[in-house]
Structure formats: structure tokens, C-alpha cells
Write a protein that binds this ligand. Sequence first.
Ligand code: NOJ
Length: 720
Amino acid sequence: MVGKTRNIDDLVGRMTLAEKLGQLTMTSASYAVTGPVIAGDSTESIRNGNLGNLLNLVGAQHVHEMQRIAVEESRLGIPLLMGFDVIHGHRTIFPVPLAEAATFDPQIWELTAREAARETAADGLALTFAPMLDVSRDLRWGRTVEGPGEDPWLAVEIARAKVRGFQGADLSSPESVAATAKHFCAYGPVTGGRDYASVDISERTLREVHLPGFAAAVRAGVAAIMPAFTELGGIPLTMHKPLLRDYLRGELGFDGVIVSDYNAIRELIYHGVAGDIVDAAVLALKAGVDIDMMAEAYRNGLPVALERGLVTREEIDECVWRVLRLKERLGLFDDPYGRGSRAEPAETIAARRRIAREVAVKSLVLAKNSTGVLPLIEGARRVCVLGPLADAWREMRGPWAAAGYEQPSVTVLAGLRDALTGTSVVHADGVPIAAADVSGIGAAVELVTSDTDVVILCLGEAAEMSGEAASRAHPELPGEQRAFTDAVLERARREHVPVVAVLFCGRPLIVPWLMERADAVLIAWFPGTEAGNAIADVMTGRVSPSGRTPITWPRGLGQVPLFYSQRSSGRPENPQDHFTSKYLDSPSSPLLPFGFGLTYGRFVYANLAVSPDTVTAEGAVEVTVDVANEGARVAEETVFLFIRDRVASVARPTLELKGTAKIVLDPGTTGKVRFTLPAAELRFLGLDFEPVLEPGEIEIRVGPCADPAQLMSARLTLQA
Ligand code: NOJ
């Protein structure tokens, strides 16, 4: 049977309508549920050939059993496509995507996707619903944690690396899985940061900020795309013909599979654009959605729609063809059991944990180290590890830890105890993460004695406080953590003990007071399986921190949305002039600018040069800068290249990221950092939204983050 299915046209020709609609349906096997379960038991449908795709099933044995039913017991023997959300690792949990973005390292982005793909495939699965490419500029939105942060350039780089990593050089390899770029598109700017809420943005913001990541994923050959749950200016993405058919399929030439989000086709009814499930199915099919995830709209609605002449058999066949072709590209017809046919050796798994540790180290962002309290002094006698996140292994994985749930992660306490041999490491939670219970504060504070060398205060959100449906109107430290922190800081000040705060979070938190009062602040995000070891590596100075925040940290929620690439306004901020763009009650500047992160080195920039300093449309220039490490420790610096087009036909952002580079320098040494900047990168969308390259001056700005005061400047002239 398998051999006979190779010709897809022939196969489609032999399928009944029910079998076709089965190929356009994906139901949940209920391992991990992210919405209402409406599908019931799928086994019979698979046997009858009426169900072609599953999600949320893990374990090679279970996956193969379902596959066996499809291949050996259904009439046409078409293999199942089985998918899973592998958001930041499958069994081994890497840092959450926002934390990974903070590494600013394409090799890491690709490597973790590759390793996750191997683990996913070893579980028998062939598809993942990742990467998530939604740019987020509103920290209230919980899904900020799943994405690339605030910048489109970053989204593009991550998109490319992730698609390469998941899909590998050969999609049919038993170590590769099909990637799904999601959620197409502009899901991030939901009104008020409330998940699933309405989105209304300008065409320019859509095209400049929210589409480039997806375009990059398509160009990198992504196998699938998932439309967002949301509606954009009144048109839900699940039925958005202009974006799905005209832009994705037409302009970008995407010929892969479009898979709906969970129950999203049925939700067209609740959006108020479809009267019933038949309408909903018609709208989604017409827009080009191939697979209906969990709505049962295609199986229930399309037969009626066909009868009424609302859709054609050709339209249905086109989708079936695309789904079957993806199965073929994945090698599922040739070897339906290829993925998951052999367990991974123990050394592979151990090596992957080492990778998880290195990546976690690189994702940590040192936001403050004013008294040089980090790295910790050698030979410390007594260290207090306090706070509700100090010994919380479940939280370390962060939200959406795929199938890694049962694997213990290393806590901060365990990591530090392991690293600080000979030191007395004492611990108390003090308060729970979110509950209103202050009963533990007194005893915890008592631990801060005058012979304590340092307090490590582990604060933040619970893992499930970010992610899907986890928007927060008050993105601060939850529960009684502020009261506890005040008590600890007060006691520590009295006893002359420095305090290092470690923040666990899936988004920037509003904590200006903490940034001011703690001696050091390490933003840990959610580092994954190896959390505690990675944090200990940085705290003990085994490695210098090198992470940079991929999203601006505001001082107050009233500044949101706050992002570095704003346009200048006709009345740029001027403290001396009342009628300029600013707040009466807050600075406009951020708490931490995009790209900010300290190291244990001290880097000084000099000699920014652009060569040649004039370029034509086809040319490219080299931008170089000398970086010296004037600190006392070896460290890695991340260098940012921004541009500013001061006079253009359309107002341009005051800074636009065009590249990043890394350099590791020993103390007392200097290195040269080089960027190649093709003139094509200076293009922007003109008045008519077509890309233009306008002659004139471009400012080149280079430095350690998006704070204009810390950037060097040079000029480049673009000639017609
Ligand atoms: C809903 C989420 O929006 C999406 O990201 C995910 O892939 C699906 N559920 C499937 O779990």
C-alpha cells in the first residue's frame, strides 16, 4: 500500500471526501491540552481513514502505535502527521525563547532547535508548532516569553536559525521535524496586552515590524505556518485572504501547509464573522487554511458547503495535496516509523544537558553590578539563598516546557550548593510566589546575619504567569515579594551584607525600586533544565555574563509600549520646552534599554570607521570599531550596529538595528569588530510601501546597546 501512494495526484484521485477531510483535520491526543477538547477518541477515525493528523501525543511507542493503525489498518494507508509544541526544548528544556533571544547568537538559536528536533523526532514526532515569531512591545502580553522580543531584525535572524535548526538540511531525515512559523501575524500588539484581544495597527507597522520574521521563515523554507487567533482590523487571521492568500502564498510564494490554531476556525463564529460552522469552514478554506486544528469545522462544515456550492472539490483537493506533499517531504510515506525507531544514547542526552547549561549561561542578563559584588568572592563563608524562586525546580523550566515536565531542573539553591563547596549555604523561601502569606518573612530575614557574605534573593513570576492566556495588568513582583524584599534589603543594609537579586520572569517586570536598591540584579528569565548550574557558573565567575535584553525594560507601565526604534516626533523631547514629547510624571527613558547587559569586563569603544564612506545601491560598506577590555576579567562583548536615516520620504525610526557581533577579550587587550553592511539593508518601504533606496546621508551608530548616549556615530553617503 505504501509504495502505491507515491504519486500524490493519483492518491488524491482515489480518496473519498471523508478521507480528504480527514487529511485536513488535526485533533488532540490529549497529552497536553491548550483549549477545549472536542475531538473525543481518535483511534477509530484514524482506522477509518477519517483523521490524518494528531497533536499532543508523545512517546515513540504511542506515536508508532497510532501510526501503525493509520498505515496498516486504514484503507489507503496514509501515514499520520503528528505535531507537538516544542517551544524551548522537548525533553531537555532550554531557556525560554525570550531568554534565548538574549544570547544574540544565531549559532545558539540554530543549535537548540536542532537538538530539540532530534529529541522530538526521537519521540516519533515529525512536526512542531515553533518557532513563534511574534514581535512584542507590550510586556503585559504573556506570550512575550515565547517570542523574539521587540525587534524585527532579531525576529528575522531567529526565524532563519530556527527553521534551519528544526528542519535541518534534509526534512526527511529521522532527526528533522517540520517547523511551523507562528502566529501569523501581528499577534503581539493585542489591545491592552490582553491575550486574544483585537489588533489594530498601521500598514507600515505591519509590514516593517510584524511581517519580516515570517517572510524570513518562508525564505528559509519553513514547512508550515499557523495563523494567529487574533483579528487584525476586523479580519481574523484564520480567514485573512489578503494576508494568507495574496501575501503569503502570492507575494512570498509559500507553498507549504497552513495549519489553523487550536479551534480557531470555530472561533470565527465568536469573532462575529461566521454565522455557523459551515460559514467558518468556508471562510478558512477560501483563505487557504489547509489543516483545521481542533475545530471539527472541515469535517462537519465542508460537506454541507460543498453541497451548497460554497466551495469546490478543487479547493479541497488543493489543501489535501499540500498536506500529503508535506508528509512525503517528511519521508513519512517511505518510512512512517523512521522517527523514534531507536532510543537516543545516554551520551547524546548528557551532551545535550551540557548544551542546555551553556545556553542558559549565555541567556542571563546582568542588569546591575554596582558594587562589583559579582562574581562572588572566593572562599565565602556564609551565603543566604532566599526567596520563593530559590528552590523551585518546576518554575525553572518556564512556561510550556513541552514533554520535559517530569525532568527535575537544577534549582539556584542546588546549583550554588554544588558550586560553593566549603561555604555554608542557608536557605528560606520567605514568602510564596504569589499567595498573600507573610508568615515566613521574619524567620527568613533572621538568616541574614552579620557574618553573611552575600544574600542571593530569588524573586519573580511563577512559570505559568507568562505564556498563553497569561497577560498581566500589573507586571510587578507578585504576592508579598515586595514586602519580603523590603525586609531583606533593610536587614542586609543594617548588617552590611550585599544583596544580589535574581529575577525569574517571562517578560520585563516593573521593578525600578529593586534596580535602585539591590547591589546587583541578574535577569535569569526562565533558564530551563540547567538553571541553577548556569546561574552558579555566572555568580562564581566561571563565565562572564554576556546576555543582552531583547526587549526594553520600562520604569513604569505608563510608558508601555516602549521600544527603542520609535520615530522622533515633530516635537522631540526637550526638558526645557514644555510642548515636547514627554511625561509630566516620569522620565521617557527606559529602566534598561534594548540590548543592555553588563559583563565582568569593562569595554571601551574607539575608532568607529565606515569604509568606503560612500556607497551605491549595489555596494556594501565595512563598519569597524575597536573594542578594548579595560576590566580585570576575560569577557564577551556584544556590539550593536544601528542606522538612522535622518531625512527620508517617510519618517524613519531614530535607531534601526542592522547587525550584532561578538568579541571575547582578555583583560588589557583590544580587538577590532567588523560588520558588512550592504546598501540593500538601507532600503525601507516608501510612501507606497514599495522598497526604496533614497540617496543621502545615513548615520551609522555602534555601541553596547540602544541607549543613544552610549553609541558612537559615523556618516555614510548613499549615492543614486
Ligand atoms: C494554541 C497556541 O496558540 C498555539 O501556539 C499552539 O501551537 C496550539 N495551541 C497547539 O497547542
